[in-house]
Design a protein around this ligand. Sequence first.
Ligand SMILES: [Fe+2]
Ligand SMILES: [Fe+2]
Length: 202
Amino acid sequence: MLCLTEPTDPAWIEGALADLDAVLVDHGHCEMKAASNALALAARHPDDVVLVRALTDLAREEIDHFQRVLDFAEKRGLSLGTPAVDAYAAELRRAAHDELRAVPPLVQRLLVGALIEARSCERFKILVTAMAERNVEPELVAFYDELFECEARHFRTYFDLAVRAAGGDEPVVRRALGALSRREGAIVRALAGGDERATVHG
Ligand SMILES: [Fe+2]
Ligand SMILES: [Fe+2]
């Protein structure tokens, strides 16, 4: 899906369906991180109006997603608690730093954002399909279906901003994305070996 080289392990959905509460809690933290990462990146480039507008628009949408996850969590009596260590994002950032030396740091960061969005998008689609098939929690299915489309759009936003930050050199950005996507696939595969499966990433 999108640029991903490694599909999610089919076993992931069973762990997710068995613990939708854990998925929601992890998802809440993901939305908050998505908003704060977009804002942090915008704050590093305050004079780049196109970038700042696109990333603050994106952050606004992520905050809306966060609040809606919070509504679902509250209805279920869940509290988000402290987020677990985000090994997926940390390793992806490290991979971008190691692997993408040919492109500027801004392009590296934007491509990390693109891949995180792509993986969320893939997992939401898997969730929607499996939950709809089993006829569970239609309200949550409708929410994830909507988010699947948003994350696909966010992937595109990050990708387009990366091309722009690379001076319009799309082939270079596509190659960089391909290289980072292969590393992302290896990270996801490695993390799937751990016990915590009911997460949006990793
Ligand atoms: Fe989101
Ligand atoms: Fe997003």
